[in-house]
Write a protein that binds this ligand. Structure first.
Ligand SMILES: Cc1cc2nc3c(=O)[nH]c(=O)nc-3n(C[C@H](O)[C@H](O)[C@H](O)COP(=O)(O)O)c2cc1C
Length: 386
């Protein structure tokens, strides 16, 4: 796989900021008080410096009033924000006369104002300060610290996000593949009993179920718990029609002017997809569906419209196809052939040919959805027979 790299010579501060943004961090609000006046600012350049004695470090722009306030107060609070508190981070990141507007405060014995709802709070006494370039490194000896349950807020590449445990992804994969393979007889379960049954951590299970809920694979039903949703023909047909309408729109409005390099790159996901089908059988159904999704996503990306691409992703076509397919590896070479015609027509910028291939592919996919659902319900009836 080719990797795109960006270089920076150490003088270009804009590129450096983009590169430094790859270092994910937590988000804090540094607070202090001078003469009864509270000061606060958002800071992500905060780290623990030493455990013995417990010492923290914060890098504050010398032009920020809070930097001077911390130095003259000789004490400060580090309020570590939790997931969902990006509003607080934004509020304390812009100069304002009334930064603490609507913020619940708790005052520490030393008189440091603390954000009552912060994920964690660390109170410090200033041990040293060092001015470097535009910033002041403030070294704080920890006086007191506390933390509450929950997830920290993350910041990277200029945006807020959340940290994810590796276990979360594993739990998601395990529960998802068990549902898709029809591995559960009962259809509803409570999160904690599922965690026990699968031997997975409770919070990772909760994460997995929430994500599967967003994808429409499970739904929360009061009194019943998380229930596996039905994947019916209508749902699949609507998703295939939505894909077709999107692609037809793009072919008609964007193909003529689409970037040649983007068109050339369509062959990569297509070839990857084709490699996962031998005769009429998937060698790896999951990998095929992922490559199929990548191919169609690349067609949608020809429009260079991120809202359109995001909408396409929300159709969850991979999940729908996986649920229809179940455990069978049986498919049809015709899917590859019609998509090959689509690729070739796109490469020729042939609007008519590409449109015809999209329609044919959609008809094929819908017919296959009906066939798979019928055979699944036949199997169900056989299983239910006394
Ligand atoms: C996520 C985030 C992290 C930030 N981290 C820092 C930081 O570590 N140091 C800093 O000086 N400013 C940082 N800032 C910018 C300050 O919060 C911002 O300049 C603020 O307005 C300064 O406070 P003032 O209003 O008292 O000048 C950050 C802003 C955001 C949104």
């Amino acid at each position: 796989m080719s990797r795109t790299t960006v270089d920076c010579d150490g003088k270009d501060s804009v590129t450096f900021r983009n590169i430094a943004g790859h270092l994910a961090s937590g988000v804090t609000v540094i607070t202090t008080s001078v003469g009864g006046q509270a000061h606060g600012m958002t800071a992500s350049s905060v780290t623990s410096l030493s455990l013995d004695p417990p010492t923290m470090l914060a890098c504050l722009n010398r032009r920020a009033p809070t930097a001077d306030a911390v130095q003259s107060a000789g004490k400060f609070g580090i309020n570590i924000l939790g997931s969902g508190q990006e509003g607080l981070a934004s509020q304390f990141a812009v100069p304002s006369e009334d930064k603490f507007r609507g913020v619940a405060l708790a005052t520490a014995p030393e008189g440091i104002p603390l954000l009552a709802d912060a994920h964690a709070q660390i109170e410090c006494e200033v041990a040293d300060t060092i001015d470097v370039a535009t910033h002041r490194i403030i070294i704080g000896r920890v006086v007191r610290a506390r933390a509450s349950e929950g997830q920290p807020l993350a910041y990277y590449r200029g945006g807020f996000g959340r940290f994810q445990h590796v276990d979360d992804e594993r739990a998601y994969d395990a529960i998802r593949s068990r549902i898709l393979s029809g591995g559960w007889v009962r259809r509803c379960f409570q999160g904690d009993e599922l965690a026990g049954e699968m031997g997975i951590d409770g919070s990772a299970t909760f994460y997995a179920l929430t994500r599967l809920g967003i994808e429409g694979i499970v739904e929360w039903r009061p009194g019943e718990g998380y229930c596996i949703t039905e994947c019916d023909v209508r749902m699949a047909e609507e998703a295939f029609d939505a894909r077709s309408t999107t692609e037809l729109g793009i072919i008609h409005t964007c193909l003529e002017h689409a970037d040649q390099r983007e068109i050339d790159r369509l062959a990569e996901p297509f070839d990857a997809m084709a490699a996962f089908m031998v005769n009429d059988t998937f060698t790896d159904a999951k990998a095929f569906m992922e490559a199929n999704f990548a191919f169609h996503r690349a067609i949608v990306a020809l429009a260079q419209n991120s809202a359109l691409t995001a909408g396409f992703e929300r159709l969850h076509l991979t999940q729908i196809m996986a649920r229809l397919q179940g455990v069978t590896t049986q498919s049809s070479r015709a899917f590859i052939e019609v998509q090959r015609r689509l690729l070739e027509a796109l490469q020729r910028r042939d609007v008519g040919g590409a449109s015809e291939a999209v329609r044919e592919y959609t008809d094929l996919a819908k017919a296959r959805a009906r066939q798979l659902t019928e055979s699944q319900s036949d199997e169900q009836q056989l299983t239910n027979r006394p």
